[in-house]
Design a protein. Structure first.
Length: 239
């Protein structure tokens, strides 16, 4: 059983040319053809005069089911994470990872069924500050440990690139280390900000960062794509 996952910060569908174009992002997602797509920086406000939202549009344009995880909620705006999948969705929880005085952050924690196998998929976007990320990772580790699952995948923009940082070391220890190709900025990627973790990483088949013209234009981040063999896996819960 092959399971494919993507993490993609879509920058509110604003591309490297400054244009807001959800259609380009939808095309990138379609080409990736993944079972689950974790999105960050999704703008849930109406698109112009049409009473639709970026997540609604992307779900409709790709034919995928959508789970919203807004972290900023105001009268005029909702903004945050999202999960798209073509698989059956079970229980969904939203976790608050916010740190006082910083931009609100959170995580989507979803149960997804792949050929009858329950898979836990967590989508998140960590903050810009070092101390902020430390606190968020502590909270995220508690989330992962409180309801251990047979299969766990973490998809996110971690806003961290230093391999010896607390965030990276802690998540590697909990979920298993996987290679981290560079994803930001999209035109000439230098930093591996966007990550996919799996528990355990032994089933990894392939990992890549698409760098075609549209992917380099549609957002300021490149998506990261991975495939896993779950055929014979009895995956242990997070440590």
């Amino acid at each position: 059983m092959v399971f494919t996952a993507v993490s993609y910060n879509i920058h509110q569908c604003v591309g490297m040319d400054g244009r807001r174009d959800p259609q380009r992002v939808a095309e990138v997602i379609r080409e990736l053809n993944a079972d689950v797509v974790g999105l960050q920086e999704v703008d849930f406000r109406p698109l112009g005069l049409k009473k639709s939202y970026q997540l609604n549009y992307l779900a409709e344009a790709t034919g995928l089911h959508a789970i919203a995880g807004p972290t900023i909620r105001r009268a005029d705006a909702e903004f945050g994470n999202a999960l798209l999948t073509r698989l059956e969705i079970g229980k969904v929880r939203l976790h608050d990872l916010s740190v006082p005085g910083r931009q609100p952050r959170g995580a989507i924690d979803a149960e997804i069924f792949c050929q009858g196998k329950a898979i836990r998929v967590v989508v998140t976007h960590l903050g810009l500050g070092i101390r902020e990320r430390r606190r968020q990772v502590h909270s995220l580790l508690e989330v992962l440990r409180e309801s251990p699952a047979e299969c766990t995948f973490l998809l996110g923009d971690i806003n961290e690139w230093r391999p010896r940082s607390f965030a990276i070391r802690s998540l590697d220890t909990c979920l298993g280390r996987i290679a981290c190709p560079r994803t930001f900025p999209a035109t000439y990627p230098v930093f591996p900000l966007d990550r996919i973790w799996a528990s355990p990483p032994a089933g990894l088949l392939d990992l890549k960062v698409p760098r075609n013209g549209l992917a380099r234009l549609a957002s300021d981040h490149l998506p990261i794509w991975a495939s896993f063999d779950l055929s014979n896996s009895l995956l242990p819960p997070p440590k």
